[in-house]
Structures are given as structure tokens and as C-alpha cells.
Ligand binder design. Structure first.
Ligand code: SF4
Length: 214
């Protein structure tokens, strides 16, 4: 199934592919980063950024029958997405490779990001791309990803959601969960304080502790 993003948007409304990874992880995290421009650097994000900066250095090389392009700009007019692929190998079919510092994750946030890169490449090169890979730093290994119809639909649905959220400019309430432990924005988000269910309870608790301190 192909989901069209509103055609009323102009080319300048293209949103970053990397946002899909944040949105798949948590819609509030996406809004804090992409609507409110909050970013908290920590050891994990710094290492990830350095890894990307190295992998992103634009350039090209060839080994055997594989041409490798680093830092390739991507764009989809249909999905209103833009971004950069760490690496695209041409074997000769294009094969995107995304670098991640850490381990593979229990969610599909990385595969969705890679699939969005493939969708952009397909549109740009008028090609069909069946597979790509994510290179994880811990442990160092390449995980191949097949761009199934399900993964393509999920990626397009998330893209449409991301554009809707962007147009609404509303930061969703927190939905606290175990995943908050792995969120670099947990101290900005304050999930217990900002979830709709828990907010009143949290404020009452803070007021009570203030009263006890007086
Ligand atoms: S702390 Fe939890 S709810 Fe808040 S942005 Fe991060 S993952 Fe989302």
C-alpha cells in the first residue's frame, strides 16, 4: 500500500529521514527534537555523531565490482523526505548501509530509517531496491534488512504521521515506559511529570514534598 503525503506541501517542507527513527522510538522524543529543537548530547549520542561524521564524509571508492558512495544526499518528492545515506554500495543494484554505534534494538526504528533511504533512492534512481544493511558497532556486525511490503507500508505510514505532527506543531504528552531508560531526553521530557495520566499525581506529590520541606 502506498500512502501519499499531502501534495499541498512545497519542496521546502521536506522533513529529515532521521526523524523517522526518533518517531518510531517515541513520538514525544521526535517532537522535542524536531519541533522544540531540544538536543542533549551524552556519551552515546556523541559517539554516534562522530561515527556518522566519519561515515558521512562524502567520497567514492571502488573495490572489485562494487562502487561505494559515502555521504550521498537523498530526497523523495513523493514522501517529502530528505537526508543523507552513510553509504550506498552499487553492486550494481543500490544497497544502502546505515551505521549505528550501539546494538540492534528491539524496535524497528533503525530498519524504518534504512527503508526510507531505500525509498528515496528508488525514486531518485528509478530503481528497485530489495535489501540494505545496518552496521552495528556493538558487536561489530552487519545486519541485512529486506525491504518487505510490510516494512515499506510502515515507513510510509510513519512518514505521513511525521508530517501530520509537524503541521500540528503539538508535542504529544509523554507515555512513560521502560524505553524511557534509554532515552537521551529523559531529563528534559520528565515523563512522569508530563504524561497526561500522571501529571496531576506528580504535581500533588511535588507540592506535598515542598510542604514537608517548609
Ligand atoms: S523520556 Fe520517555 S516519554 Fe519522554 S521522550 Fe523519552 S522515551 Fe519519550
Amino acid at each position: 500500500m502506498s500512502i501519499a503525503v499531502s501534495t499541498s506541501e512545497t519542496d521546502d517542507d521536506a522533513l529529515p529521514i532521521s526523524g523517522l527513527q526518533h518517531l518510531a522510538f517515541c513520538p514525544r522524543q521526535w517532537a522535542l527534537i524536531h519541533l522544540e529543537q531540544v538536543w542533549v548530547e551524552n556519551i552515546r549520542t556523541a559517539e554516534g555523531r562522530l561515527l556518522h561524521e566519519r561515515a558521512d564524509l562524502p567520497g567514492e571508492s571502488r573495490r572489485a565490482n562494487v562502487r561505494t558512495v559515502r555521504g550521498m544526499w537523498l530526497r523523495s518528492e513523493r514522501l517529502h523526505l530528505t537526508g543523507r545515506a552513510d553509504i550506498v554500495e552499487f553492486k550494481p543494484e543500490p544497497f544502502p548501509v546505515e551505521y549505528k554505534r550501539g546494538k540492534s534494538k528491539p524496535t524497528d526504528c533503525d530498519t524504518v530509517q534504512l527503508c526510507a533511504q531505500a525509498l528515496c533512492l528508488e525514486e531518485m534512481l528509478q530503481a528497485t531496491i530489495g535489501r540494505g544493511a545496518i552496521f552495528y558497532g556493538n558487536p561489530r556486525r552487519r545486519l541485512e534488512v529486506e525491504f518487505t511490503p510490510q516494512l515499506r507500508s510502515r515507513t510510509e505510514e510513519l512518514t505521513a504521521t511525521m508530517h501530520r505532527l509537524y503541521r500540528s506543531s503539538i508535542t504529544p504528552a509523554a507515555t512513560p515506559g521502560p524505553y524511557c531508560r534509554n532515552c537521551s531526553l529523559v531529563h528534559v521530557c520528565l515523563p512522569e511529570a508530563t504524561s497526561q495520566d500522571d501529571a496531576a499525581q506528580w504535581v500533588a506529590l511535588q507540592l506535598r514534598s515542598l510542604q514537608q520541606d517548609v
